[in-house]
Design a protein around this ligand. Structure first.
Ligand code: NAP
Length: 273
């Protein structure tokens, strides 16, 4: 069987890095992309991983990273849109820049990368996009997370909507819905929206910041379970369009699907009272 190639965004830490290593160990060729490849010294240990500089919000970098990866490996089979960041805090207190940034990284980034790969996938007769979303992309779960919800809900709509135009071209789409996991850098990837003069949101802000800085370990997943879910899609072991990983997400979705939305929202809000 011919060796396959995977292209992954945001491989400097967390899930992206683990996914790159996992596929390298499986014998795949890996285009590991990140904003600062010059700082990387772990992925460079693998002969079948090549690093490419990529800020997913920078169209010139998307252009060169995708072109260079295709030239280096000849063909790319699977693209994982993993790079992601979070804006938390009251919408009213977010800066204009933060609102745009949240959309730019989590939604526009995957759009940029997918649009650049589509001509290649059409030319080689198919491919797969695996979009890393969150259970925050299919339901709400954390107060003051509306912008993050917005970016991942948009990613979900984008991915679902693309099904119809890409299916006839043999280009497959997958969504991975996970929650918090151990070993990532996500608390460093959060921008908190604050204005010291406005106290009306402090009640939730204190609770959400405390929850994020000291998460309940029983709510965190082993990141390997998320990597395994990605690998199951990439290898064809699963053909599930959406994979919910972890108990927290599964329980939330069970609740969301079993009660009216008004009751769901009140139940989540009460968790923070
Ligand atoms: N951790 C969680 O609680 C959680 C829960 C559900 C879903 N997710 C999603 O899982 C994905 C991976 O996150 P993680 O948990 O592995 O956290 P992480 O360790 O913070 O990884 C985020 C990655 O995204 C990269 N990144 C940020 N902005 C970028 C940009 N403009 N261009 C390219 N790369 C960029 C970061 O690179 P730098 O080193 O350059 O900043 C980092 O490599 C994200 O999409 C996240 O939304 C995470």
């Amino acid at each position: 069987m011919q060796t396959k190639t995977i292209f992954i965004t945001g491989t400097s830490s967390g899930l992206g890095k683990l996914t790159a290593i996992h596929f390298a160990k499986m014998g795949w060729k890996v285009a590991a992309t990140m904003r600062t490849p010059e700082k990387e010294n772990e992925l460079t240990q693998y002969s079948n991983i090549k690093l490419f500089k990529l800020d997913v919000t920078n169209l010139a970098e998307v252009d060169s990273a995708v072109n260079d990866a295709i030239v280096a490996f000849g063909k790319v089979d699977v693209v994982v849109n993993n790079a992601g960041m979070g804006s938390y805090g009251a919408l009213e207190l977010a800066t204009e820049d933060t609102i745009d940034w949240q959309f730019a990284v989590n939604t526009r980034g995957p759009i940029n990368v997918m649009r650049k790969f589509l001509p290649h996938f059409r030319a080689v007769g198919g491919g797969m996009f695996i979009n890393i979303s969150s259970f925050m992309g299919i339901t709400t779960a954390v107060p003051l997370g509306s912008l993050y919800n917005m970016s991942k809900f948009a990613l979900e709509g984008l991915t679902e909507g693309l099904y119809y135009e890409l299916k006839p071209l043999n280009i497959e789409l997958r969504l991975i819905e996970q929650g918090g996991s151990t070993g990532n850098n996500f608390t460093h990837s959060i921008r908190w929206n604050k204005d010291e003069r406005i106290k009306d949101y402090d009640y939730y802000m204190d609770k959400v910041q405390a929850m994020m800085s000291n998460p309940d370990p029983s709510q965190l997943d082993d990141p390997q379970t998320i990597v395994d879910a990605i690998a199951a899609q990439a290898t064809g072991a699963s053909t599930q369009f959406r994979t919910i990983v972890g108990e927290a997400g599964k329980n939330l979705m069970a609740l969301r699907n079993s009660v009216p939305i008004e009751q769901y929202l009140e139940t989540i809000a009460k968790n923070y009272n």
